[in-house]
Every structure is written in structure tokens, then in C-alpha cells.
Design a binder for this molecule. Sequence first.
Ligand SMILES: Cc1cc2nc3c(=O)[nH]c(=O)nc-3n(C[C@H](O)[C@H](O)[C@H](O)COP(=O)(O)O)c2cc1C
Length: 231
Amino acid sequence: MKIVIINGINHKGQTYTLTHKLVDKINGSVKEFFLPKDFSDYCLGCATCIFNGESNCPHHEKIKPLVDALIEADLIVLSSPVYCMHATGSMIAFLDHLGYMWMAHRPNETMFKKQAVVVTTCAGAGKKNTLKDMRDSLFYLGVPKIYELGVALMAPTLDEMKNKKKKKVEKRISKLARKIEKKNGKVKPKFKTKAFFFIMHLMQKNGYNELDKNYWNERNWTKKSRPWKNK
Ligand SMILES: Cc1cc2nc3c(=O)[nH]c(=O)nc-3n(C[C@H](O)[C@H](O)[C@H](O)COP(=O)(O)O)c2cc1C
């Protein structure tokens, strides 16, 4: 299984440790990126990616290795600590650059067959928001199976958590790793993704963005064809 990890912070802290507790249990090859070290630009809001094509984005060359890795991967792992009740600014800045690949524009067909995990740690509060920050992007990119791994430490480190809680987390991780391995290559979109794609297909039939409209027409998605049905 090809795995890509996008870490929303440079350091190898508690969130990195939790992420690797999971990923190290999964058989596969890992590509890993750290933000902002490997990508640090803010979206400029020019909408060039949406209307003129992503290769014209001023940050295209810098973000390309990360996007290529997302497309190649069977499993996407987005990992961010909770900073001020949300994902890190670096993670959000990265995800802003993927808007053109959302189902509302030009989703990549490979996304509809992938699994993903969103990972976070916090001291006490904010894991729900942070997981949602990352989960939302994955959903709109078309990823059909998204797991959540969030831990409120209530302690300075994972190691210093209460024993009972530590064991519970370890058990959860092992179970999740087994599930991901079992489902590799077998996931399919559920009702929510299919319904959203259906609405987007109606929108693209009369779309105002030529680039998006042509993309959907070329793939026959404005008719009956669907990306998850491709061989
Ligand atoms: C700038 C900053 C903001 C934080 N905001 C929150 C917060 O809103 N809620 C919370 O429970 N913990 C918060 N924390 C604590 C971290 O989420 C927690 O220590 C986490 O485990 C750190 O993960 P890391 O070691 O991967 O950076 C914050 C920490 C920092 C440095």
C-alpha cells in the first residue's frame, strides 16, 4: 500500500508520534511531508487554479510533489496538532491550494478509491474542529473512506497519559491499522459522496467555468459515467 503523510507542523511532537504509531503498523511504503518546511505558501486568492488551470498557480512547482504524492497514494494521512481549536495554519494554507480538485471543480478520479486518516492531538479541547478541518477537504476531494484518530492527552505527552487511556488508544490504533489493510483497494463511495457528485454533475451541465465543464464532459461525468466505476 502506498501511504502519504502530510504533517501540519515541522516538529516530531505528539501528533507525529501518534501518526507513526498507526502508520508503522500498516504494511506499505511511506512518503512523508512536513509543513511548512516542504510547502509554506499562502493561497493568494487569484483563482488561477480554478479558471486557468492549476499548472498556472504561482506555487505550482512547489506544491506539485505533494499533490503528485496524494494522487499516487492508496492511503492519505493528514496529521495536525490542535492549535487554537483548529488545524495548524500551515495545514489550512496547504489545503486551500487543493480547492480546484474538489468535486465542485475538477476532482481527480483516483481520489474516489482511496482511504484516508485524519490525526490530531490536543491538550484538552479542539480535536473535533481540527479533525473536521482536514476531513472536510478529503470529503470534497472525493475520498470515500475517512477515519479519525484524535486524542485529547490531558497530559504533556502520550507517554504520560494515564495507563488505562494509553492502553485504550493502543488498542484503537491496532484495530484501525487492521481495518485499513483489509479495506485497501476495496473502498467505494457511499450515499453522501454519490449524492454530492450527482448535484455537481447537474451544475456542470450548465457550468460557467469552461475548464471545469470541459473536464466533466471529457470524462462523460455530465452523463452516466462515474469516476469510481472506472477500471
Ligand atoms: C499555539 C498552540 C495552540 C494550542 N491550542 C490548543 C487548543 O486550542 N486546545 C488544546 O487542547 N490544546 C492546544 N494546544 C496544545 C497542543 O494541541 C498539544 O500540546 C498537542 O499535543 C501538541 O502536539 P504536537 O506535539 O504535535 O505539536 C496548543 C498548543 C500550541 C503550541
